[in-house]
Design a protein around this ligand. Structure first.
Ligand code: AMP
Length: 212
């Protein structure tokens, strides 16, 4: 099964993807995590991606698509995957459709998590990530037991550079799922819209229900 998670930055795609991956055996593929890993390891791809990420812009399609196609070509993605943060536009969606079609597969579900702008701004300011295991927390909605350390592994928590208020504004302007991307999955008959302002567990349950 192949699933895409759509939604604006701060809608909860990453958090929900981690929860769905834990509840099912679906492989979680996040292009944002892949870019952050490359930035951390100071690879050539990371250096290139960082110039876009720091401004709140999307990394160019050709770079992102190549990275994603390489990832889904690996053995662990043979049976399925859940994409978080990809596709961001129709060009990326078509590239993914084509790659899946070549192996006799398709996107089975596109889950759109909707959240109002006002709520997104409040959320993006309060996010914390574990530097060791990548677990996600939110000051208000899903706080860690101890302010500075991860409940899961005890690792230190940090805030993303691109969660700064001035970058958040650009990301919200430029990175909402465009109407033609949503239309692409609606036309394929696989779109499900979920109200992302409900409590965390209610959203997870609705997403799991949609893919079962
Ligand atoms: P995310 O963790 O999904 O918010 O992604 C963090 C940053 O990585 C974004 O602001 C973009 O700069 C970049 N990025 C992630 N996924 C994509 C994508 N599918 N296309 C282009 N840029 C992306």
């Amino acid at each position: 099964m192949f699933v895409v998670l759509l939604g604006p930055p701060g809608a909860g795609k990453g958090t929900q993807a981690q929860r769905i991956a834990a509840a099912t055996s679906l492989l979680h593929i996040s292009t944002g995590d892949m870019f952050r890993e490359n930035v951390k390891n100071e690879t050539a791809l990371g250096q290139l991606a960082k110039t876009y990420m720091d401004r709140g812009d999307l990394v160019p399609d050709e770079v992102t698509i190549e990275m994603l196609l390489e990832r889904i070509g690996r053995a662990d993605a043979a049976a399925g995957a859940m994409f978080d943060g990809f596709p961001r536009n129709v060009v990326q969606a078509r590239a993914l459709d084509q790659a899946l079609a070549a192996r006799g597969a398709r996107i089975d579900h596109a889950l759109l998590i909707s959240v109002s702008d006002q709520e997104l701004i409040a959320r993006l300011g309060g996010r914390w990530i574990c530097r060791s295991c990548g677990a996600l927390y939110h000051e208000r909605n899903d706080p860690p037991t101890k302010a500075d350390s991860c409940d899961r592994c005890g690792g230190p928590l940090y805030q993303r550079d691109d969660d700064r208020p001035e970058v958040v504004r650009t990301r919200l302007e430029k990175q909402k799922p465009p109407a033609d991307l949503i239309a692409h999955y609606r036309a394929a008959g696989v779109l499900n819209e979920i109200d992302g302002e409900q409590p965390l567990g209610v959203v997870t349950a609705a997403l799991l229900e949609a893919i079962r």
